[in-house]
Design a protein around this ligand. Structure first.
Ligand code: NAP
Length: 455
């Protein structure tokens, strides 16, 4: 996978701010890439509203409000002490309490968390709900660890993090490597340390203890609701489309479920070991059992299905021809070579279920080929939006039905689509979802920030 710092053209008026980000955050390539992607859209916005430049809004937004790094000591099953590093980057609280997930993966560095936190500010603004932006995590790898080890790690992590959290302060959720098991251990330790049943301090909780119906499904379902709006806007439909979804985690599984419900055939899914191709359509019961219950590798899917299902070790899932591509695994998983292959094979829409899965070169390739391209900060905002709905239910000590929550999710995704499309049109950039999402998200945050003075 390659990324390039030169794929996006940044307006000269914003170059100073971008160069300062590079200078002050050396080596944080993913963070640079995320900033570059947003600033690459903002030229027309600051030219129409020069006071954003005069008031140094860009410089303020590129600097997190608070960055927390801490040691996480824990003991493994063999009695050996292990040391991991914990992070929480509280990026912006102008629209509401800091909000964004925790990622447990060995690749997590400060720059990873900053890139995710930066994206989260604008994504959360697009939902129209009162939530600020943050992200956190650790270089801990839950894969291959026993439940007891994961619990001890989570307890140690929360023993440090709890002092920074609160339902009006900072509300984490899950991300890669953090699902309902981890949220349970984290919430248990928070409750124990604080002696408060403060349900609204974490989202993604189990249904029996303050969780929201449809939160598990929300990011994947929301991704497909947004993709559906994109194709509808272009006068087409998802019905009968051939779909490829990368990943087989939380976002991927529920994107597959909803895409199938909308009449698509999802022919391939993956994990970090490789991908499977099932021309009959991915068997979700089997995939859920393998990934959500048995925590198996994806090769087992091919082994248990047999027949014509094939497993390709390593390789690129984007070699599989499709009409609709939904990258739902991780950042920079789809580069310009993969994008060129997809274009050659006739892809007509790409919607990012993951955060920044397409490199700048891939995004440019899609744009130049006239492929509809939906950026993650708009497409996958359904997860955090439903987290905000979970906070609403916790605050009112209520519990909504699945149908009600899913309906609100659908409305929110349609509203985000509308907001992105109208903003792009307002700036004479029809169909440019990247521009529309960046401009609309930025404007909402910048205006609130300015209203609050120099903070
Ligand atoms: P998850 O449940 O942990 O699943 C991640 C999936 O991606 C797994 O199948 C994993 O395979 C695969 N993967 C991870 N790293 C990979 C790599 N380097 N190469 C290939 N495959 C890789 O995580 P998730 O919650 O679905 O999150 C997926 C993406 O969506 C992330 O970008 C996340 O930030 C974004 N997102 C998530 C939410 C949410 O609500 N969960 C909301 C918004 C955005 P292995 O198991 O082999 O590692």
């Amino acid at each position: 996978m390659t990324t390039s710092a030169t794929e996006t053209i940044i307006d000269p008026a914003l170059q100073g701010a971008y160069q300062e980000v590079l200078r002050r955050n050396p080596g944080e390539h993913e963070f640079h890439q995320a900033v570059e992607e947003v600033l690459g859209s903002l030229g027309p916005v600051v030219s129409r509203h020069p006071h954003y430049l005069a008031e140094s809004v860009i410089e303020r937004l590129c600097e997190p409000e608070r960055q927390i790094i801490f040691r996480v000591p824990w003991t493994d099953d063999a009695g050996q002490v292990q040391i991991n590093r914990g992070f929480r980057v509280e990026y912006s609280s102008v629209l509401g309490p800091y909000k964004g997930g925790l990622r447990f993966h060995p690749s997590v560095l400060l720059g990873t968390v900053k890139f995710l936190g930066f994206e989260q500010i604008f994504k959360n603004a697009l939902t129209g709900l009162p939530i600020g932006g943050a992200k956190g995590g650790s270089d801990f790898d839950p894969k291959g660890r026993s439940d007891a080890e994961v619990m001890r790690f989570c307890q140690s992590f929360m023993t440090e993090l709890y002092r920074h959290l609160g339902e009006y302060t900072d509300v984490p959720a899950g991300d890669i490597g953090v699902g309902s098991r981890e949220i349970g251990y984290l919430f248990g330790q928070y409750k124990r340390i604080t002696n408060r049943y403060e349900a609204g301090v974490l989202t993604g909780k189990g249904l029996a203890w303050g969780g929201s119906r449809a939160r598990t499904e929300a990011t994947g379902y929301g991704t497909v609701y947004f993709a559906n709006e994109m194709v509808r806007h272009a006068g087409r439909s998802l019905d009968g489309q051939r779909v490829v979804v990368s990943g087989s985690g939380n976002v991927a599984i529920y994107a597959i479920e909803k895409a199938t419900e909308f009449g698509g055939t999802v022919v391939a899914a993956s994990d970090s070991s490789g991908y499977v191709v099932d021309e009959a359509g991915i068997d979700l019961d089997l995939l859920k059992d393998l990934k959500e219950v048995r925590r198996e590798r994806i090769v087992r899917y091919a082994e248990e299905k047999g027949g014509n299902v094939r497993f390709v070790e390593g390789g690129s899932i984007w070699d599989v021809p499709c009409d609709v591509a939904l990258p739902c695994a991780t950042q920079n998983e789809l580069d310009d070579t993969a994008a060129a292959t997809l274009v050659r094979n006739g892809v007509s829409i790409v919607a990012e279920g993951a955060n920044m899965p397409c490199t700048p070169g891939a995004a440019r390739t899609f744009r130049e080929a006239g492929v509809l391209f939906g950026p993650g900060k708009a497409v996958n905002a359904g997860g955090v939006a439903t987290s905000a709905l979970e906070m609403q239910q916790n605050a009112s000590r209520d519990s909504w039905t699945f149908e009600h929550t899913d309906e609100r999710l659908g409305d929110i995704m349609r509203n985000i689509h509308e907001r992105v499309v109208t903003t792009a049109e307002d700036y004479d950039r029809p169909g440019d979802y990247v521009f529309g999402a960046n401009a609309a998200g930025f404007t909402a945050v910048a205006d609130a920030m300015l209203a609050m003075g120099v903070i």
